[in-house]
Design a protein around this ligand. Structure first.
Ligand SMILES: Nc1ncnc2c1ncn2[C@@H]1O[C@H](COP(=O)(O)OP(=O)(O)OP(=O)(O)O)[C@@H](O)[C@H]1O
Length: 269
């Protein structure tokens, strides 16, 4: 149950794409949900149902046709430091060290060099890369680069952290390690997180609630409370619980019922 105040509110969001070569396509229609302070919410739904579009609108990179994005009770317009985004690819600046990549977002804030460096080091410690501050991106694995991307997003101390399939390009083992790390970091920072994934187990493992989107147009189909206590068991152990299997199967049925009505579902079973 949500007890904390709402940190992020997505209110009656609608978006239609108009392109010269395709008929108008309404991707989102009247999409409404909220994320409470400190809560971890995942968005899941079939491929093309509009998950990334929601995140881009929340981030302010894309303009909605109708509806509001409300952060801390204020309607926001355009990008802002109150929202940090982690993408599928870390997109680090290759000529900068890990520390200087994390410092990037701090440079616009008028902090002194010493303050920036101290903050970046603290965040690199948080993501487990304290010993790699002076390494360049090409000297690091994909998983390490994603950790730096997370540290960079956290550097601006956003009210809401937006994550768009941040682990989907990683191998299964690295992915599990980073999922575990994200649970720890979320527990330590108590950040409000909106997370997009194709992976049902990942959504159930990480989240307090899972918002299932229906497609064409994208809208909330159902919101599922994830009842497993924190700190959570390892994913492998969680998967063994009958409660987990039942919940998983319920969510899977909800997603599949969309697939039957509207075509392809690319949610990982
Ligand atoms: N800039 C754009 N112009 C036109 N159509 C777009 C644009 N961006 C997204 N779309 C369309 O909007 C729909 C939703 O795309 P979106 O990427 O939000 O879906 P998604 O649920 O994140 O998909 P996936 O799970 O495959 O990443 C798709 O049909 C896509 O082709």
């Amino acid at each position: 149950m949500i007890q904390a105040p709402e940190k992020l509110r997505i209110e009656r969001l609608s978006k239609t794409f108009q392109t010269a070569r395709r008929p108008a396509h309404t991707v989102l229609h009247n999409l409404t949900f909220g994320v409470a302070e400190g809560e971890f919410v995942s968005l899941i739904g079939e491929s093309g149902c509009g998950k990334t579009t929601v995140l881009r609108i929340v981030q302010g990179l894309l303009q909605q046709d109708e509806g509001d994005i409300v952060v801390d009770g204020n309607v926001v317009h355009g990008p802002g430091r109150d929202r940090g985004l982690v993408f599928q690819q870390a997109n680090l600046l290759p000529w900068r060290t890990a520390r200087r990549n994390v410092e990037f977002g701090l440079e616009l804030q008028g902090l002194s060099r010493a303050e920036r460096s101290a903050k970046a080091k603290e965040l690199l410690d948080l993501v487990g890369l304290g010993g790699f501050a002076e390494h360049f991106p090409h000297q690091m694995s994909g998983g390490m680069q994603q950790r730096i991307g997370l540290a960079r997003a956290l550097a601006i101390d956003p009210a809401v952290l937006l994550m768009d399939e941040p682990f989907s390009a990683l191998d299964a083992q690295t992915r599990e390690v980073l999922q575990r790390e994200l649970i720890r970091i979320h527990a330590e920072t108590r950040k409000t997180v909106l997370f997009v994934t194709h992976d049902l187990d990942e959504a159930l493992y990480l989240s307090d609630r899972v918002v299932i989107l229906a497609a064409n147009p994208g809208r909330v189909k159902e919101v599922i409370e994830v009842p497993f206590e924190r700190p959570r068991l390892e994913l492998t152990a969680l998967r063994g619980l009958p409660e987990f299997q039942q919940l998983r199967s319920k969510v899977w049925q909800l997603i599949r019922s969309q697939e039957n009505t509207s075509g392809s579902a690319h949610v990982q079973d």
